[in-house]
Design a protein around this ligand. Sequence first.
Ligand code: ADP
Length: 750
Amino acid sequence: MIWRKLKSFHLNFYQKILFLFIALAVIPQVLMSWFALTQVKHSIQQTVHNSSEKILNDVLKLQQDNLLNQTRLMDKEMAEIQASVRSIQQQAENIFRYRASFRPIPGAFKIQKEKAGYYWEPVPPHARRSNVGISSIVPLTAQLKAGLALTKHLEALLINAVEQNPNLVTMYIVLRESAWRIYPALNIPEEIASGQMRPDFKVQDYSFYYSADPGNNPERKVVWTRPYLDITRRGWMTSAVAPVYLPDGTFRGVVGADYTIEQMIKGALNIGFKEPGAYAFLVDDTGRLVALPAKGKADFTIKGITPLPGTSLDSLDNPDLSKAIRTITQNHRAQPLLKVGGEEKYLLSAPLKATNWHLAFLIPAREITNPITTTAVSQIKQAVMFITGRLLAWDGFLVWLTLSAAFVLAHSVDIPIYRLTAGARAISQGEIGIQIPETGHDELATLARTFNSMSRKIAELLADLEAKAREQADLNEKLVEINWYLERRVKERTAELAETNTYLEAANKRLQSMEDSRRQLLANISHDLKTPITLIQGYVEALRDGIAAEPGDAEKYLDIIHSKTLDLNRLINDLLVLSRLESSQLPMDFVPIPATEAITSAAKKVAPDIIRAGLEFVLEVPVNLPEIRIDPDRLDRVFANLVVNAINHTPAGGAITLRTGLGQDHSAGHILVELKDTGAGIPPEHLPHIFTRFYRVDKSRRKPLGGSGLGLTIAREIITAHGGTVWAESSPGQGSSFFFTLPLKKPASA
Ligand code: ADP
């Protein structure tokens, strides 16, 4: 009907041409609109795809950095525990090496025997003390007791290490006899009653012992055990352990520190994720599980059951996850996308240097990309529907448009569509948020407004996502800061411990050398006393048994006994004087006196002995030397000792010279006294030792040249008490010179 009506409707040529033109204009217009729409849709989709891929990569990179920082943090924490174990190991070895210097601490070793046969040391609950325990399989020998008593010297270090480090729950030393000291102290009967710990406990059966023994740890390092179930009911744990060796290379036991898996999860695996489905877990270098938070239990099953720490993850119900974990343990840094628990998850990982364990994250992919794609896709849908609706309406409207407006309209439609396409292309090339002109009030202007609003929304969405990425970066920065702080703490702790160790080593050496010199001194004294006493005893026995046959013999023997008694008396006196001088018990009676007078008076006293020995005595003392402060009696003793030596070593016909003057250079402010002889001199190799107690140059020729070997030591002590110094110079064959200085009396004290 309509067709017939249209047929009856006659058009003139112009009208036909116009219709043809309109048809020619409208059809390409419709096609172009359709094409433009497809372009816009495609470009926007491409943009969203590109940005979501970029953001996904950024988030994965941030998470990977976060993971590395996290492992650094864990490494620091474990390194701190290792440092504590190493310092206890060193101190334990020191204690066994210098055991003579470490006396048992009085009252430190009280143990009692329990019915089940083991020994232990009861400690009140919560006392800041360690305690010892001994398995019933070993006899309680004196040697074992002494060993355990020595470990009391480790107590302060054990307590300090546990208190300083919140990650460290227990520290101990375990001796190879299945005896141990531990802090915090154990209530051993209670542990045994619980059934986990046995009274005939044998340490060789436990990884916290054998992991460090010579067979498993010949390099004597601090090593980490596999996770094991603690026998004192503290749950799953891993321990840092190190061996203790005696100086002769015998393996004596181990020291160790416990780190519970619970503590590890608390400290390191409870990382706050923005993605609610993400979590971290730990595997060791052989692919065994170390720690798994509650969140991960559903993903990790073997025949439907969650594995315990220490179990191999090679046969998980999810073989892809098993394979991916294998890859991690071989240090491959893949970030595979796996199907775990019904959804796609990324597996990130980083190795722990301390143990070669691996910290891994599982993050649902959906949770990373969701916010980007869902919002963007719905935006696109809305925009495209809107644009399509409007375009169709507009195209329909165009068909019905009046003939005369056809060209003008067609022309006016082209430009806004072109702008729209150009705008969409600009977005696809990254110019997010671009706006196109919204001239006019027609449908195309509305279309342009819709395009602009959509472009703005995409820009806002991207800005929002960027802000979230920045938040992650801030979190990262904070972790770096914590790391830095921890690093500094580890350094400080290590330095403190090193200082304590150096101090202890020096103290040990000092004690050892004091002990050596005391022993040497005792040996000398007893030797020097024994010789004259044995001689006296011999002669007295001879007298008693009437062996003296000749008439004069008895008298001769008595003379010898008398002279030996005098020697003995002199030696004992010398020793007494020396010991008092050394302990500053001999009071000095200082008087101010002009040096000239002091030296001349001392010279007068020794002169007769020199002359009697057939020697020449030369005295060179300037007349007006300044005042000095001396104890005249003690100074006489110095002169007497030096002169006796000079007489004894100078043959008749020689000379002894006493020379005095003001000291120069290093002895300025002193007077310098020199006593020179023309005797045999002192060989250079003996010169540094002659002031040492009991030192004699010629040990065989004691009589008549030698005395007790104490004369010079006494002289040195007296001069030192005066604030002066004494020394000798000599070239063999040329005689010897003994010098000493005495400080001048200070004007202030005048
Ligand atoms: P002694 O009582 O044996 O003399 P001293 O301590 O007085 O002990 O001296 C230590 C050693 O120094 C002596 O054994 C002696 O050999 C040597 N000595 C001391 N004075 C002289 C000297 N003037 N000439 C040579 N040797 C000396």
